[in-house]
Design a protein around this ligand. Structure first.
Ligand code: GTP
Ligand code: MG
Length: 219
């Protein structure tokens, strides 16, 4: 008998994602899965997002990293309940890892849960964590050829954020070309430009999260 291991493993992941989704829905917790290559600015954007939202929303974070709890410490310093997952070499989070952390949160009291995935533009795209939204961050020093070169990530996410736009004068990155590339790969995807450092464009991102939370709370 031939066993299709990949199919079985994925089925298990899909079950775990379904389990997570039901828990998030039951608690009306909006869940956003943040992905990018290493250093594009996931944690910095999270820090600034939390500062903007914490007075109106109860927020929690799951941090994914191969090693250390450095990113978790950055969020904890802002008073945010944060659980660190160390994958010890694994290049993405999966729904089972996320499910294991859920008993550590009082989800009933959490409005928004952010999941910072492992810094990697390839592996995390294939894994459903049970989130409401998958957001990918591309930072301008990486170059705008990354959208056509890593199409799977940009096809499977419903929002692309171009971060570090404060660096546009110093690097060669064409925002309009990036937008066109994204439209060709994923016409439904939203596109936002911002700088987590200067705050430019942050308001639109924050408003988008607020709208997403209202949608989630209605269901
Ligand atoms: N100039 C500029 N630098 C930024 C911006 N956002 C983040 N950075 C810097 O980029 C570097 C990496 O930021 P992080 O937020 O740690 O990136 P990350 O995606 O969380 O990295 P990993 O978790 O290691 O994958 C840090 O030095 C940040 O200060 C930005 O908008 N502009
Ligand atoms: Mg980080």
């Amino acid at each position: 008998m031939k066993v299709n291991l990949q199919e079985d493993v994925l089925k298990d992941h899909n079950l775990a994602a379904k389990y997570n989704r039901e828990i998030f829905r039951g608690n009306q917790t909006l869940v956003i899965n943040l992905m990018s290559s290493p250093g594009a600015g996931k944690t910095t954007l999270l820090e600034e997002t939390v500062k903007a939202l914490a007075k109106d929303f109860s927020i929690a974070v799951i941090e994914g990293d191969l090693a250390t709890d450095r990113d978790a410490e950055r969020l904890r310093a802002l008073g945010i309940k944060t659980v660190q997952i160390n994958t010890v070499g694994g290049c993405h989070l999966d729904a089972r890892m996320v499910a294991k952390t859920l008993p550590e949160f009082d989800l009933d009291d959490i409005n928004i849960l952010f999941i910072e995935n492992i810094g990697n533009l390839v592996c995390p795209s294939g894994y459903d964590l049970g989130q409401h939204h998958k957001v990918v961050i591309l930072s301008v020093p990486e170059g705008n050829d990354k959208i056509p070169k890593y199409p799977v990530m940009f096809r499977r996410t419903n929002m692309t954020i171009i971060n570090k736009i404060d660096l546009l004068p110093y690097v060669s990155f064409d925002v309009e070309e990036a937008k066109k590339d994204l439209e060709a790969i994923n016409p439904e995807a939203q596109f936002k430009t911002l700088s987590a450092r200067t705050g430019e464009g942050m308001e639109e991102w924050i408003n988008w999260i607020k709208d997403a939370y209202s949608e989630c709370a209605k269901q």
